[in-house]
Ligand binder design. Structure first.
Ligand code: MHF
Ligand code: KIV
Ligand code: MG
Length: 277
């Protein structure tokens, strides 16, 4: 299993780091089997598998539950779990107990926190307690209400500078990795050049140290529309819809179940002989 030290070495050697989200055992097994370097149990699970409109309703219990399933499905891959909405903004002791649950109860290897500012102190305290932390800047979906939508961040000079400052502070606080979402490519490049920790981008251009996408997006599984930054590699929605329609048709027309799907009782003579057929 690659760890935080390996990710840093990969950055130094300019070997791209592949991160993919997973939310359950089969998606985790697929990520591991497909060669992902690191799995993210993203709070995007709220939108992708729980049917919420945003990541805001996702709870600690949700993240613990899904992280356990992911760890069962991928036993040899570094797993980072998102800390959900407002679980790292109160007293430091609350942040610590939430991270402790993800590490001890769910066996996450690291946690991810959105935002700069006040969150930096929480990052420092987690790291000093032994928790590897990934920071997350740019579009921070838990703040969708404040940001007013899922919009590209860091477009003007002031935003760009604020983001660079937050990134430097996150590294200084001990973050092992930075995820940046929906920012101009030039800013992704500047961040990767400025920091010694790996910068993993999603909609952040070609020059970050690694890339992360949502499992269901690359498979077109679930949501019909995916953001512009996604590359779709399969169309599961189409495959699934066709399969479900075929099952429906087969039952309605009586062609399922067929002879090969049914069980028969033992023949009477076999019973008398005490033999099994
Ligand atoms: N399935 C899924 N994939 C994701 O990547 C994802 C989630 N869910 N949920 C949490 C956040 C929300 N994300 C999003 C959602 C929408 C856009 C989007 O529509 N972006 C526009 C650009 C808007 C602009 O130009 O400012 C786009 O066309 O990509 C981007 C990121 C990324 N995350
Ligand atoms: C999109 C990634 C970075 C994420 O935070 C998530 O999946 O929740
Ligand atoms: Mg997230």
């Amino acid at each position: 299993m690659k760890t935080t030290a390996a990710f840093k070495q990969m950055k130094e050697k300019k070997e791209p780091i592949v991160m993919l989200t997973a939310y359950d055992a089969p998606s985790a097994a697929a990520a591991e089997g497909g060669g992902a370097d690191v799995i993210l149990v993203g709070d995007s699970l709220g939108m992708v598998v729980l049917g919420y409109e945003s990541t805001v309703p996702v709870t600690m219990d949700d993240m613990v539950h899904h992280t356990k399933a992911v760890r069962r499905g991928a036993k040899d891959t570094f797993v980072i779990t998102d800390m959900p909405f407002m679980t790292y903004h109160g007293d430091i002791s609350e942040t610590i107990s939430h991270a402790r649950r993800l590490m001890q109860e769910a066996s996450a290897h690291a946690v991810k926190l959105e935002g700069g500012g006040e969150v930096i102190d929480h990052i420092a305290r987690l790291v000093s307690g032994g928790v590897p932390v990934a920071a997350h800047l740019g579009l921070t979906p838990q703040s969708v209400g404040v940001l007013g939508g899922y919009k590209v961040q860091g477009k003007d000079k002031a935003e760009r500078e604020a983001l660079l400052t937050d990134a430097a502070r996150a590294e200084k606080a001990g973050a092992s990795m930075l995820v940046v979402e929906l920012i101009p490519e030039s800013l992704g490049k500047e961040l990767a050049n400025m920091l010694t920790i790996p910068v993993i981008g999603i909609g952040a251009g070609r020059y970050t140290d690694g890339q992360v996408l949502v499992y269901h997006d690359i498979l077109r599984y679930g949501a019909a529309n995916v953001p512009k930054f996604v590359q779709v590699y399969a169309d599961l929605n189409e495959t699934i819809q066709t399969a479900v329609c075929s099952f429906t048709d087969d039952v309605k027309t009586g062609s399922f179940p067929a002879a090969e799907h049914v069980f028969q009782p033992l023949e009477p003579k076999d019973n008398e002989d005490g033999k099994h057929s």
